[in-house]
Design a protein around this ligand. Structure first.
Ligand SMILES: [Zn+2]
Length: 763
């Protein structure tokens, strides 16, 4: 075969556009045969390649020019001769910082093994050592938070941050109230209050509710109370105006038919011009698209019954359609759920999107521009986009970091948690505004979007008071159950529903009836069989090994569902419950040989594995149910879990285990009035079983105390002797606890007989 020299030159082959630059394919032969593809790329001065991730490994060889490569937020200079290797799924960009073209050759190839091993590594990818700012969407302080709010961005951000901190990430939960909303002014006006007072009142209430929910906030900003905030918003707005793209434009606007009041946001409603659903001014919660109020179908004013009048008004206007490419490039950089990208695609199909970004109003920040239209304020959603950066600066001031709102940094990783109805503002409008205010900054944002959570099959509504308020259900004994139930049922990717019955069932059947029952029972067995100390694992059966592997899968499942790529609290809650259902099944099977001497070394392995499952539950639940996790860890002799485990480990042999009497869910049982026959019956039971010590046994069943049929017949005879009542052995060894048996016996006796035995302890 004749040898053939393959020579490729940039521009010799067909030039095509990809990743925002020109590329010429290099012909190395069929990729399926040689295993490697190659291309030569040219980045023009000042141009940056579009950020992207892929499963292939890739090598860049810089052949000419100078620039910067950014991988997962880290930037390094490159020049001719630099060779850069990318792992699968790393986000990378190449920026030409020089005056001449930056030329590079890229080689890429698939290694399925490498990609498959990289994909589940959720801990550091795209995050690395960068500062990570996790934002729960700022609530409007015109009401308190209900379970619908809490189940959405607030719980999610808290769990996210707690998990990330356990993996060692530099992450903070930043929250705010969005005080300058027109909805605040509207509510204040209705109540005859000042907007600032109303905002301050609900801002404080919201913070208290978040505290009750065990949601940790590392930086909080109530925008109308923050010093210097309006000036900073003004400066941000001025940057946007200075870009030249935003100009004052006259456009159709709606006014009240009777009072002439300018109508937008809370002051008007009607049919969504896109989907026809009932919509408010400026946004449709159903399809997620903005409207311009003047285009609402059959608009109605909240100020009067008169038909709104269509007029014209000059406002600062952003031609959003011109920023399409910037917004789409932004959606390539971070985690942008498909439903968000689809909304952007749908929206940018419109020929024009001229958004008014100033409106007539009293409550808000006035532009600094001297020629600004009279009586107008900066639209609050511009304030919102700035507010996140301001909050980062405030956090930086406390931490001694030079993070400035007017100079956002490329290594910042921002993570937003929001409801779908805010998608437009967070993920389309805000990045467009950043592009104008800070053209050199490519904001790297991950978005986590939830849908609506309904209450008894209707939307939660603050105004109609159709809501379960956080404060009504949250307390130290219920908070873990609420967090678990909301994690399990919150609307991820679909609308879901909250019902009181389902919540009660979660507490009764899942948390108390399954989790707590197992943990208490495990504790009793450790006390009875091993003197209250964790046994050392002995001989392992194949089922034992398989169970340990099973726990490992559950850990992997949890790691994947709490990590930032696949974040899903629905999945995390199911994985936690999965640990308990796995272990109760395992425990039931193993119980057959638990009392057989011949198999005692296998039995202690099984118990050690159950304790390992309990430990895994404590660590795995720490982000979702922090109180429960800390208490469970304490019962296993450990401090509150602070590091995410990489593997499942056994509880060290000899560790004191205190699980038998823990009440993890629900209020601790009220010290109910003891049944009058309890002391007498307790005495008989102790005698029959020759029990040592004086530990209360009222809450135990006789079987649990180890009573066997022969001892039971003795007890039956003693009861007959004292009371004349003939109780069946089945009743004694049934489901009743000793205290319940005392009540049961009293029911069958004359009051005098009960009185005679009450207070008697025959021990
Ligand atoms: Zn709509």
């Amino acid at each position: 075969m004749e040898s053939q020299l393959i020579i490729s030159e940039y521009g010799a082959g067909e030039i095509h556009q990809a990743y925002g630059i020109d590329l010429t394919d290099v012909d190395l032969g069929k990729v399926e045969e040689v295993g490697v593809g190659a291309a030569i790329g040219r980045v023009e001065p000042g141009v940056m390649t579009d950020p992207h991730q892929h499963d292939e490994l890739e090598t860049f060889v810089i052949v000419g020019g100078t620039g910067e490569v950014t991988v997962d937020g880290k930037t390094r200079p490159v020049s001719a001769g630099t060779v850069i290797q990318f792992e699968p799924f790393e986000t990378h960009t190449l920026l030409n910082t020089g005056a001449a073209d930056l030329l590079f050759t890229t080689f890429f190839w698939r290694n399925p093994d490498r990609a498959a091993r990289k994909a589940p590594e959720t801990d550091r990818r795209r995050f690395g050592e960068r500062p990570i700012f996790a934002f729960s969407t700022p609530p409007t302080p015109n009401g308190d938070l209900h379970l619908g709010h809490l189940s959405g961005p607030y719980l999610a951000t808290d769990v996210f941050v707690r998990f990330q901190r356990m993996t060692g990430a530099n992450v903070w939960h930043l929250a705010a109230t969005d005080d300058y909303q027109s909805y605040v002014a509207d509510r204040a006006h209705r109540e005859g209050r000042e907007p600032a007072d109303l905002a301050a009142h609900y801002s404080a209430e919201i913070r208290r509710t978040l505290e009750l929910m065990d949601i940790e906030i590392h930086q909080f900003n109530a925008t109308s109370a923050a010093e210097g905030y309006p000036d900073s918003v003004r400066a941000f707005f001025s940057r946007i105006v200075a870009s030249g793209l935003v100009t004052k434009q006259e456009a159709p606007a709606l006014f009240d038919g009777a009072t002439g009041q300018y109508l937008y946001e809370p002051y008007v409603s009607g049919g969504c011009p896109t989907c026809g659903s009932a919509a408010g001014g400026n946004i449709c919660e159903e399809c997620g698209e903005p409207n311009f109020c003047a285009d609402l179908v059959e608009p109605r004013s909240s100020a009067s019954d008169a038909t709104p009048r269509l007029g014209a008004l000059t406002r600062y206007t952003l031609p959003l359609h011109e920023l399409r490419d910037a917004v789409v490039a932004h959606h390539h950089l971070g985690r942008s759920p498909a439903r968000m990208r689809e909304l952007a695609d749908r929206l940018f199909k419109r020929e024009r999107l001229d958004m008014a970004i100033s409106h007539p109003g009293e409550w808000g920040v006035r532009p600094a521009e001297e020629d600004a239209p009279d009586g107008q304020i900066i639209w609050d959603w511009v304030d919102l986009a700035y507010g996140w950066l301001h909050n980062i600066q405030l956090l930086g001031e406390r931490l001694g970091e030079d993070w400035r709102a007017d100079a956002p940094q490329q290594d910042w990783k921002i993570v937003h948690f929001l409801g779908y109805d805010n998608t437009f503002y967070h993920s389309i409008l805000s990045p467009a505004l950043y592009k104008l205010a800070y053209p050199d900054w490519a904001p790297d944002v991950d978005y986590h979007v939830n849908e609506f959570y309904e209450l008894e099959s209707a939307k939660f509504s603050t105004s109609r008071r159709h809501a379960v308020w956080g404060k009504d259900v949250l307390g130290p004994h219920s908070v873990d159950a609420v967090r678990f139930h909301l994690a399990r049922t919150r609307p991820e990717g679909r609308r879901t529903n909250f019902t009181a019955e389902e919540y009660d069932a979660t507490v009764r059947d899942t948390l108390t009836g399954t989790w707590q029952r197992w943990l208490n029972d495990l504790g009793s067995r450790v006390e009875k069989g091993y003197g209250g100390a964790a046994p050392d694992a002995g001989i392992w059966t194949p089922e034992h090994t398989a169970f340990l592997a099973r726990l490992g899968s559950r850990l992997a499942e949890l790691t994947g569902s709490l990590g930032h790529d696949g974040f899903s609290l629905n999945h995390a809650a199911e994985a936690l419950h999965g640990i308990v259902t796995d272990v109760t099944t395992f425990s039931r099977r193993e119980s057959s040989t638990a009392e057989i001497e011949e198999w005692k070394d296998e039995t202690r392995t099984a118990v050690a594995l159950e304790l390992a499952a309990a430990r895994l539950l404590a660590y795995g639940a720490a982000p979702v149910m922090p109180r429960f996790a800390s208490r469970l860890a304490a019962a296993l002799g450990e401090p509150p879990p602070s590091e995410w485990p990489e593997i499942v480990t056994l509880v060290p042999a000899g560790t004191r285990v205190d699980l038998a009497r823990q009440v993890f869910f629900g209020a601790p049982a009220e010290p109910a009035e003891a049944p009058p026959l309890l002391p007498w019956l307790t005495g008989l039971v102790r005698e029959s079983l020759t029990l040592q010590g004086d530990e209360p046994i009222g809450a135990k069943r006789l079987v649990e105390l180890g009573m066997e049929s022969l001892q039971c017949i003795v007890l039956q005879y003693k009861i007959l002797e004292d009371t004349g009542a003939d109780v069946k052995v089945e009743d004694l060894l049934g489901d009743r606890t000793v205290a319940e048996l005392a009540v049961f016996l009293a029911e069958g006796l004359a009051p005098e007989a009960v009185g005679a035995l009450a207070g008697v302890s025959s021990a």
